[in-house]
Design a protein around this ligand. Structure first.
Ligand code: GTP
Ligand code: MG
Length: 520
């Protein structure tokens, strides 16, 4: 059986900048070999199998205890909005850190904290009271483990954040995937407590698995917080921090992250609240001169969505309420009350009657906002999940074929992958039967960066490829679907292919028919 190399699956080639087919390059492994154990591969596959591109995963909204002041419209315009997923091994402190963020940003009052302290004590989980802010279900509080992704909001100077607090336990990896697939950036929480870093990092631990999944799902930047620095076994010890950073950095590199550009490390205590909103007190930790978490998050650059770009909002759901309401996340552009837009692919002209963002009516909403939009000009029955709300002057492509670069994971019964292969395509909120009609080129993932490109063998169309291959192919569907090149709109251009409920490949769209055409 061909060996599946998961570092190929998440190779650096997933970043939109190097979406060109020819850019595929091997990972430079300068640490221990990190090909995951077969049991890890099974787990990741099982997790990816249940991937529904984030549209169906259970998410619990964490209500702020104190109602936020209504925001002025111009305030909304000024701040960008980012979705940040908290990932990492079970008990690393994701919910505690998330809860502490809400507390420090004034959204949870002292009385509530006292109530949680008492409740946690009654459940013999004294130290979990901060996590209770995010873990709102009884089951989560009793077990001290997040099950559903918790969603909450906070702001730094220039950014409004939606926190997605993912579960760390391996049984809930599907929920983690739904959180990560909605996120722009990730906070990877690592416990520095003696023994805990090791358990999370070793094979079978969720630290590595979450990193690999986050990269595959398009989380472009990671803040790695080395947490529990206050723990008596650590006590803000620099050598422990350095040890963890030096082990994580090569691993992140082999997972496809550019450690210098895309990753930021910092020490933290989620429980005590150190180095979150304010910089570390020198009395606590003399050696750290770097920024605190809020500063890092505020400055993080994510070149993803353009508020002035064309409107793209994949519709994930719809209902009737004195008009047609569509729900989804704006991936590009700004939607304003009164705008005339197109619902694609049926080219229906619609008008925006009202926009709701987190239950609040707003006059406009920009990239990364989760919104409900009331439309006139279309009946609710004429909208389907997978349709895209789009600007009229530059509408989304509606096609029935496209070229994709695919990473084959594991084919059922070790089948070979040839033209004629049928699968189900999951791309943003679209689910469609598809057929691979032509294999165009197999990408040599072993090719070294310094190889002379002139010596590259002439391209030959492969007749078949096997597990682990990276291949460019032409994919056809029966109905028109609204998708984009991965390099233009990553969220509308990355997908999974499944057969019999099992994910067999992940891919990205690399070429579309000419504008206005649905086929090549
Ligand atoms: P899952 O949701 O189950 O994946 O766990 P989690 O990562 O959300 O961890 P959680 O926040 O529930 O914390 C787990 C345990 O670690 C609790 O007992 C916390 O009090 C403890 N903990 C979290 N952060 C810190 C910290 O900064 N210092 C110390 N000493 N303990 C912490
Ligand atoms: Mg948790």
């Amino acid at each position: 059986m061909a060996t599946l190399n998961l570092s190929d699956l998440v190779d650096a080639d997933w970043s939109p900048e190097d979406a060109a087919v020819d850019d595929a390059e091997p990972m430079q492994t300068d640490s221990e070999p990190l090909t995951p154990a077969p049991e890890d591969v099974k787990e990741i596959e099982a997790a990816v199998q249940s991937l529904d591109l984030g549209t169906k995963g259970k998410v619990k909204e964490v209500p702020p205890v104190e109602e936020p002041e209504p925001e002025e419209d111009n305030e909304e315009n000024k701040k960008r909005h980012l979705n940040v997923v908290f990932i990492g091994h079970v008990d690393a402190g994701k919910s505690t850190t998330g809860g502490q963020i809400l507390f420090l940003s004034g959204q949870v009052d002292d009385r509530t904290i006292q109530k949680y302290e008492k409740e946690a004590k009654d459940k013999s989980r004294e130290s979990w009271y901060m996590a209770y802010i995010m873990d709102t279900n009884e089951e989560e509080r009793v077990k001290g483990k997040t099950v559903e992704v918790g969603r909450a909001h906070f702001e730094t100077e220039n950014t409004r954040f939606t926190i997605l607090d993912a579960p760390g336990h391996k049984s809930y990896v599907p929920n983690m995937i739904s959180g990560a697939s909605q996120a722009d950036i990730g906070v990877l929480v690592i416990s520095a407590r003696k023994g805990e870093f090791e358990t999370g990092y070793e094979k079978g631990g969720q630290t590595r698995e979450h990193v690999l999944l986050a990269k595959t799902l398009g989380v472009s930047k990671l803040v790695v917080v080395i947490n529990k620095m206050d723990d008596p076994t650590v006590n803000w010890d620099k050598s422990r921090y350095d040890e963890i950073e030096s082990k994580m950095a090569p691993f992140l590199k082999t997972s496809g992250y550019n450690v210098k550009k895309d990753v930021h490390f910092l020490p933290l205590s989620g429980l005590v609240g150190s180095n979150i909103k304010d910089r570390l007190d020198k009395k606590i930790c003399s050696w750290w001169d770097g920024p605190c978490l809020f500063e890092v998050l505020d400055k993080i650059e994510v070149p993803l969505r353009d508020p002035k770009g064309p409107v793209r909002m994949p519709i994930i759901d719809k209902y009737k309420d004195m008009g047609t309401i569509v729900m989804g996340k704006i991936e590009s552009g700004t939607i304003k009350k009164g705008d005339s837009l197109l619902v694609m692919p049926n080219k229906a002209n619609v008008k925006v009657i009202s926009i709701y963002c987190d239950e609040k009516e707003v006059r406009q909403a920009g990239p990364a906002e989760n919104v409900r939009v009331k439309l006139s000009g279309i009946e609710e029955e004429d909208v389907l999940s997978g349709f895209v709300l789009s600007s009229i002057s530059n509408p989304v492509a509606a096609v029935s074929e496209f070229h994709a670069q695919l990473q084959i994971l594991e084919l059922l019964d070790n089948a070979i992958f040839t033209a004629g292969y049928n699968a189900v395509l999951h791309i943003h909120s679209v689910v469609e039967e598809c057929e691979i009609v032509e294999l165009i080129e197999e990408i040599d993932t072993k090719r070294r960066k310094d190889d002379d490109p002139k010596k590259k063998k002439p391209k030959r169309k492969p007749l078949f490829v096997k597990n682990g291959a990276v291949v460019v192919c032409r994919v056809q569907v029966n109905n028109l679907i609204c998708i984009e090149n991965f390099s233009d709109f990553p969220q509308l251009g990355r997908f999974t292919l499944r057969t019999e409920g099992k994910t067999v490949a992940v891919g990205k769209v690399v070429k579309l028919p000419n504008p206005g055409n649905s086929i090549f």
